[in-house]
Design a protein around this ligand. Structure first.
Ligand SMILES: [Zn+2]
Length: 220
């Protein structure tokens, strides 16, 4: 009888020990998981891109309104299209961050300071150049290294759009735009097209062109 009691107590102690070890093992794993989430680098890079797109979107809309006052309707239309495209990129970035388990809070933006619209075009070109050449290659490389094709594709949409915006900004700065563009912005990927290169579907994401936002040179 006495031996049975000892065996029973030993079994209880053994069970408690095993439960305790399991509890701390699970807790340690859980803590480690929270500290280093999957796609950690991608989330950090997407946040940086979110902030850049947010700043650009607000600034370009302000520049569009200013260009109207400078009687530069094509420049105003381009800034308006760029603001719309960057807002779409921002939205896509936020969705990607949330899909990866992260969160983003947008920063407070300092008020835009104004100069002449030509200076605004040069500022925008510099900003787009920096995003396209200094940041995006590393971001896309990281997404591909993580085998995260969803993020890589979304980033490639942004990058292709930025490359096109650089081209359009240069053309306007070189005064090689001799007619008024009607810009079309894809609501899914933010791609900017115009009448001469318009196709039935977006060349990047296959959205029907009937759904594009149309921005005319006189539009505010
Ligand atoms: Zn598209």
């Amino acid at each position: 009888m006495y031996n049975l009691k000892k065996i029973f107590l030993a079994a209880i102690v053994a069970c408690i020990t095993i439960l305790g070890i399991s509890f701390f093992a699970v807790r340690r794993h859980s803590t480690h998981h929270t500290a280093t989430p999957l796609f950690h680098h991608n989330i950090q890079q997407l946040k940086e891109l979110c902030y850049a797109k947010y700043r650009q979107s607000i600034r370009f809309m302000a520049y569009a309104n200013h260009a109207m006052r400078d009687s530069m309707p094509t420049t105003a239309a381009l800034f308006h299209a760029m603001a719309r495209a960057d807002a779409i990129h921002l939205s896509n970035c936020r969705h990607a961050i949330e899909a990866l388990g992260g969160r983003v809070s947008l920063p407070i933006i300092t008020p835009t300071t104004f100069s002449h619209s030509v200076a605004h075009l040069e500022n925008a070109l510099s900003s787009k150049w920096q995003t396209h050449y200094e940041h995006m290659p590393a971001y896309i490389t990281q997404a591909l290294a993580d085998n995260n094709r969803y993020v890589a594709r979304m980033l490639t949409w942004c990058d292709a759009c930025d490359a096109k915006q650089i081209l359009l900004l240069r053309q306007i700065l070189n005064d090689s735009v001799h007619h008024k563009y009607h810009f079309h912005v894809c609501p899914t990927c933010g791609d900017i097209t115009w009448e001469e290169v318009r196709t039935r579907h977006c060349p990047q994401c296959m959205t029907e062109s009937e759904k594009f936002f149309v921005i005319e040179p006189t539009a505010r």
